[in-house]
Design a protein around this ligand. Sequence first.
Ligand code: SAM
Length: 280
Amino acid sequence: MLSYRHGFHAGHHADVFKHIILTRLVLSLLNKEKPFFYLDTHSGAGRYNLQSAMARKNREYESGIIRLFGAEGVSDEVKAYLQIVRAENPSNDLQFYPGSPRFVRHFLRPKDRMVLCELHPNEVENLAAEFAGDRQVKVEHLDGYAGIKALLPPAERRGLVHIDPAFELQDERHRLLDALKEGYRRWPTGIFAIWYPLQDRFVTDDFLRRLKRSGIQKILLAEFSILNPDETLRLIGSGMVIINPPWQLDEQLRGLLPWLWKQLAVEGQGGYKVEWLVGE
Ligand SMILES: C[S@@+](CC[C@H](N)C(=O)[O-])C[C@H]1O[C@@H](n2cnc3c(N)ncnc32)[C@H](O)[C@@H]1O
């Protein structure tokens, strides 16, 4: 039974971190004329109303987008990210926060396409309504891991797979790694971006150790947290692993994360790192 609803968490610090990186990855795909393919294995609802009861329950957006929405003089990656959030809020009043599908949709050229998988019955309905009539977007009520098997490699031969589970299930990391290995086997030149929560360091390190031993090459890792770890195992931050990252992403993230940390960290807590889990 799926109970996770991203609407409770939309716009929080982990969304900001993830969507800035996602924006940067899609910008890199626009550097070439050839069309690209985007697969979102865990899409969510596509867009969230921050004034809804769900979002206002814990007001998690206060740890993230609220602190950046009016920021000026930011780097190009952050500028592109903020332009999209602002485009969703033309009156300059922050009400809507775009999910990963909407971020990517803003960049799609007429020749590019995207497939969005989502398993939760309400969320997939919201997602389908969000993109109704959009011929470049296909919404699938499908297990995202099955989507990896069914849809890769894409005919375009270039593009990005975004894997962003809710980590509700005990065996999520095992399922993710199995699907990732299969996806990489089918499409070794694709970019894969996987988000993971920073809660229990032991669990995270075990996941990363297994990823490192998977045989997959060129894995860049970035982690970002706004709180120090404690025994409650609350969400202190998150990480992204990027397989086949675009050139110089590591340097760009090393420039970006200290700035982001200054904006979002709670009283100097948390931190950030960028390193190669498996080099080139
Ligand atoms: C963290 S949210 C996604 C957020 C979204 N990627 C974003 O950045 O805006 C995870 C979503 O995955 C969905 N989900 C959980 N298990 C799934 C599965 N096996 N396949 C597809 N979707 C799944 C959940 O219903 C939830 O909407």
